[in-house]
Design a protein around this ligand. Sequence first.
Ligand code: DGL
Length: 275
Amino acid sequence: MAMLDNNAPVGVFDSGVGGLTVAREIMRQIPEERIVYFGDTARVPYGSKSKDTVIRYSRQIIRFLRTEHVKAIVIACNTASAHALETVQKESDIPIIGVINAGARTAVRATRNGKIGVIGTEGTVGSGIYTEVMKKLRQDIEVTGKSCPLFVPLVEEGLLHDSVTDEIASRYLSVLKSKYIDTLVLGCTHYPLLRSTIGRLMGEDVTLVNPAYETALELKELLKAQGLNREADAPLTGEKYQFFVSDLAEKFTDFATSILPSEVKETRKINIEEY
Ligand code: DGL
């Protein structure tokens, strides 16, 4: 077992910028915690890659985060949580959590008619993991998955409120509407940024679940339970939040500054293939 320091940062990783929606929730809910964020901008997207590849990438990122002496890791990416969480958890002596259990739990709690929709990448939806976890929580639940591969590039292009996004979203979501779901899991890091479009198209009777919110809560409880939570007045040496990517550091800095509560001053580029 590694000797853990509660003043150490939490590692958060994603295939790129999307996981910042999870980092943002952690910053809001546990502002005393330090974060080392890694975005795999050289190898994004993960959503269309195989399980083996996503496991290999996740292992490399975890090795990198360990060099930053993180005390716990959050896999902010739904696709990496779907494909790699179980494997990397078994190999790790520090706690690692993903976003799927949290999202599944919230949805099962929220549904009134037992019909839940899940949208995500091809990898996440194809893995069937959300359905599996939800059915363990409540057997009679009916889950409809729908992959929405064009949502990630639309968000990355900044088309959050655009007629093109509306048109594509209404095509993707029609199958979920026809199943009369009353709860929809935004099972991909980028989708909370399309929340208003998705919410409008699904109608106000459908509850939208953002797994990021519940994941931050789960992290908070986990750190506390393991005595790993950082004291708010603990001395801080260096930056509270550090950002690393595998490519295009400046582009990342701009995007991060646009969605995080405070300005990101620096993003460092590393060669992830070395880990
Ligand atoms: N971060 C990914 C996820 O949450 C979306 C982007 C990608 O395909 O890599 O599934």
